[in-house]
Design a protein around this ligand. Sequence first.
Ligand SMILES: O=C(O)CCC(=O)C(=O)O
Ligand SMILES: [Fe+2]
Length: 361
Amino acid sequence: MHLFQQHAVKDLAATSSLIPVIDYGPYFAGVPGALQRLAEELRYACETVGFFYALNHGVAQETIDRAFAASRRFHGLPLEQKLKLRLNENNIGYLPMNASVQGASTVHKATKPNQNESFFISHDRGVDHPDVIAGIKLRGRNQWPENARGLREDMMAYFHALNAMCTRMLPPFAVALDMPEDFFGRFFANEGHVNLRFLHYPPQEDMGENTFGTAPHTDNSFMTALARTDVPGLAIRLPSGEWLPPPIIPGTFLINLGNMMRRWSNDRFLSTPHGVFNESGTDRYSIAYFHSPNPDSVIECLPSCVSEDNPPRYPAVVYRELVLEFYRKNYFHQKGHESEAAKQVTSPTQVGEVEARQRRG
Ligand SMILES: O=C(O)CCC(=O)C(=O)O
Ligand SMILES: [Fe+2]
């Protein structure tokens, strides 16, 4: 029995309703008073569970469908072609199976590599982008497969739609934290640190209790917007310690807060643990969009979240440092990565072997 089963919620229907459905429609339409009402609902969701469903988010279903189709096309490419795009030092490109571990996570001690393959993209910078020319860390270029018609367009259309959605969602978060509504915007100026991750979980072969599609973790982002299909696998850890598989609600994104929101809010907002175990017997696809501040941002606990009795729990820090530390702990290819899980995967061919086994299955 794996962790999500051992500590499963007892009453699924009752606990599922703990994750609020938040309607962004009135706020996006500019209805007077909607920002304040939305901020109150958000505050409650962020303080009690750290996950919520966003309804009337403004992203066209067709854009989402095309992104899933593009992801399937990408993951259907021959492994050799995908391996040419292997994740680089900025964590952009293709992450094969067995090449990451939730090493930064304090939620659960992961000892086995993650059983998912992923394709990561960010802002589609050209060769002449000043940050590319200057070789600034975390400000590089995307890696695209050759001869994959329409893939770049469909993935970038989704990227831009989600970037616009999350940008519009910043003011209610600021108001929920008793800050001026334009507070967060400046930290996302000049291209925030944004990662779009197309995940594929082949049917999990190893059902061992410590083998996960994605081991339990918290995100390092400010916020994450997750798109899923109806194949289950995701579980989130409620403050009670019980694990809940959040139901799919059509027409919504499942949004969670990451460690940056927790840090900024001095632990007032939750960065809730979650993970994936794909026991569906079929392929699972999901798309995680991580919205985070510009890497140069200095993150310092908000004045509205500290007081004499509640001093800052975190020192001010440049966001880039936190990202690089997170990457080092989680990804085998990063310089300085050391984990027991990485030692189990000794040769690059093993990646291919696992892949071939899954294809057969
Ligand atoms: O695949 C999912 O449903 C969740 C993925 C996730 O948590 C992540 O990539 O951080
Ligand atoms: Fe996550």
